[in-house]
Ligand binder design. Structure first.
Ligand SMILES: [Zn+2]
Length: 284
């Protein structure tokens, strides 16, 4: 779930709080969370946090002059700063970084899957790491001017999928893509290589508007510790059955195994209600 706006507000708030803080000790209780072993995790102990930033949907905690923790929250992770130290019984903890003034930075992951990950890298290796080197340009605040060409270059793929392809454009996921396509009045199934100039312009403007509005909402409403559930200011995603906030048509949805695509038939699909794949599978 954490997409560009959620990761960006996390990075901003942690940067404000942790820049200049001293790391006392570190521990990775998550069995599979720490993906690197050289340098060892304890190399950050005793060092100063020089900043927290975002790349795509990744968080980067810069430590001292030449080390960085590269973190991916995946679908259910949070990077949270607490005043009190963790009980070791907290099964959600994947990484614990104890910092001065009795605080603790904790990578926690909810749900049953352990997919969030951490790499401790030399600073110059962050940009070269596979996860970062493969990313397309940032979706916000300034999406690429050549967005239409980038989408076309990805082939005849539905917009709903291609906009979530981090190699094409970085930061958009399953929640915000619904909001962006609804704002741009584009069908989730329209092919990315089949946009006219007006549609491409509307899409780029919708990305700026939707992600910018989310950020403004978080700037006002999200403070430390970053809550387990962020107050997502969504208008259409997962609101199937409710009236479209723009035209009043009942919002429809297509259900996939692990996500849902919500859209307005009047605004986005020429009045057509798309086939619900879950339903059609059940009927076979
Ligand atoms: Zn509508």
């Amino acid at each position: 779930m954490p997409e560009l706006p959620e990761v960006e507000i996390t990075a901003e708030r942690l940067d404000e709080a942790l820049r200049g803080a001293t790391i006392e000790s570190s521990l990775a209780p998550g069995i599979n969370a720490l993906k690197t072993f050289d340098p060892p995790l304890h190399a950050i102990d005793g060092q100063t946090i020089s900043g927290v930033r975002r790349i795509g949907k990744h968080l980067v905690v810069d430590v001292g002059d030449d080390l960085s923790l590269l973190i991916h929250l995946m679908s259910a992770g949070r990077l949270q700063l607490f005043d009190k130290r963790a009980s070791l019984k907290d099964r959600t903890s994947r990484l614990l970084v104890r910092v001065d003034h009795d605080r603790e930075l904790r990578l926690r992951e909810f749900g049953t899957k352990q997919r969030a990950w951490v790499k401790l890298l030399r600073r110059e290796d962050v940009e070269r790491d596979d996860a970062v080197a493969s990313l397309g340009p940032e979706a916000w605040p300034d999406p690429p001017e050549d967005l239409a060409e980038r989408l076309a270059g990805a082939g005849a793929r539905p917009l709903h999928g291609v906009l979530r392809d981090q190699k094409v454009i970085a930061g958009i996921g399953r929640s915000w893509v619904d909001e962006i396509l609804w704002t741009a009045r584009l069908s989730p199934f329209q092919r990315g290589n089949d946009l006219d100039a007006d549609q491409a312009k509307a899409l780029r403007e919708a990305i700026i508007e939707v992600l910018g509005r989310a950020m403004a909402h978080y700037e006002e409403n999200v403070h430390l510790p970053i809550p387990d559930k962020l107050p997502l200011p969504l208008l259409v995603h997962r609101k199937q059955g409710e009236p479209c906030p723009r035209c009043g048509t009942t919002l429809e949805a297509v259900f996939y195994e692990d996500y849902v695509m919500t859209y307005c038939p009047t605004d986005q699909t020429g009045g057509k209600v798309l086939k619900d794949r879950r339903l059609s599978r059940l009927l076979k």
